[in-house]
Design a protein around this ligand. Structure first.
Ligand SMILES: [Zn+2]
Length: 412
């Protein structure tokens, strides 16, 4: 039921086109996977996103775990039936949220480029090992068994283990699931990252064991033959740890791989990590870059052999008034747009751009009309999916480099 086939390779780089077959349909790669954090895309329906070429979506396990909603979803037979999604789905492992609650908030950093903490420092006198212990109102303790959290919503203590993460993902029933990992901060020391990596590799084995040998009756009935798992390569910005991780993860029987975690302190660090990691992974298997979705990063990563991306950016940007255009992002709040008769992007063929002016959407946004967010979300998602379609076309025509140069010129 699951298959990944490479259909064309770029002659000048590691870029390739492919088809991922899942029980809920095919995904043409390289593909962007819009994120519906809590089983909704925030501002656009899954069906509408499908009409614009969305072939797979991601839902975050953590957000259906901390409120025990996964138990209700299980009674519906999984996410597809619960949220009426007729498309392939992915769920993540919850590991990234461990990072967000712990290191992410402790170090005041997120994951992707614009928050790479070039000048930030860990609090003085606190070795990284201890930083996992406590952060403001959040509490995250990580040991070899898993992560213990204080639920930020109600203060209740939660325990997420690799076994539990896989069982929840089996109940949620997404087509592609991820092994449970520890995602370290860009500010984590080498020693801490090494320790976390060892845990991630042990957890990868526990994840696979749970996946193949689960006796939990509800889970076992749901997953068999319906899911495939990707293993996550970690190791922070440290080259030897990334290599070690790529070798450890690729020695296990995963359907494909994901590159996760902090990817260094700058975009160049991220590209360097991809350059050294990807050649160590089985070329024939699918590769997913977790949580990255800036336009330049997509081109650079496709070029290095990445097949799948997921990112909340297009929908999140829309909520902040930020709109993707062929000349870079614009903010609809700017005064000049109140009298601008042009569409959001003159080259975009989405319904929003065919119908409305920047002036109208700018007015709605200033007046806090929900419809403004819906329109910008629809455009941003459509724009991103169309970009991926054009990347695939350029690969097919052997003109990827030309298309990359052309597109990124607009973004200068
Ligand atoms: Zn548009």
């Amino acid at each position: 039921m699951f298959q990944f086939r490479i259909t064309k390779k770029d002659k000048k780089s590691r870029a390739r086109m492919g088809v991922l077959r899942t029980p809920h349909g095919a995904v043409h790669t390289p593909a962007f996977v819009p994120v519906g954090t809590k089983a909704a895309l925030r501002g656009i329906s899954f069906d509408r996103a499908k009409q614009y070429g969305g072939e797979m979506f991601m839902v975050n396990t953590y957000h259906l775990f901390h409120n025990e909603r996964y138990k209700i979803i299980g009674k519906f037979g999984g996410l597809h039936a619960y949220a009426k999604i007729d498309a392939p789905l992915m769920t993540d492992s919850g590991g990234f949220q461990v990072f967000s609650l712990g290191f992410g908030s402790e170090h005041g950093v997120g994951k992707i480029a614009d928050i790479f903490p070039v000048s930030a420092k860990a609090p003085a006198g606190r070795p990284s090992e201890k930083i996992t212990e406590y952060r403001g109102n959040n509490f995250v303790k990580i040991d070899d068994t898993g992560a213990t959290f204080k639920n930020p919503v109600n203060g209740q203590m939660l325990w997420l283990t690799p076994k539990k993460s896989i069982e929840i993902q089996q109940i949620l029933g997404a087509d592609i699931i991820f092994s449970f990992d520890e995602c370290t901060s860009p500010l984590s020391s080498y020693e801490y990252t090494k320790k976390a990596l060892k845990r991630t590799h042990t957890w990868a084995e526990v994840s696979l064991k749970t996946f193949y040998g689960n006796k939990h009756p509800a889970a076992a009935a749901l997953w068999r033959g319906k899911q495939a798992m990707l293993g996550i390569v970690q190791g922070g910005e440290y080259e030897d740890l990334r290599k070690e991780s790529a070798q450890a993860i690729s020695s296990l029987s995963f359907f494909g791989y994901a590159i996760g975690g902090s990817l260094g302190k700058s975009k160049n660090d991220m590209y360097r990590i991809l350059d050294l990691t990807i050649p160590l992974l089985d070329e024939k298997k699918i590769k997913h870059l977790l949580g990255i979705g800036e336009v330049d990063d997509i081109f650079e990563s496709v070029e290095r052999g990445i097949d799948l991306f997921d990112c909340v950016a297009p929908t999140r940007w829309a909520r902040h008034g930020s709109v993707l255009t062929s000349k870079g992002r614009i903010n609809i709040r700017n005064k000049q747009f109140l009298i601008d008769k042009k569409p959001l992007d003159i080259h975009c063929a989405c319904t929003v751009c065919k119908t409305y002016s920047r002036a109208y959407i700018s007015h709605l946004y200033r007046e806090k009309e929900v419809y403004a967010i819906m329109l910008m979300t629809e455009h941003n998602v459509a724009w991103m999916l169309d970009l991926m379609r054009r990347i695939r076309l350029s690969l097919k025509a052997g003109e990827f480099q030309k298309f990359k140069k052309q597109t990124l010129q607009g973004f200068q």
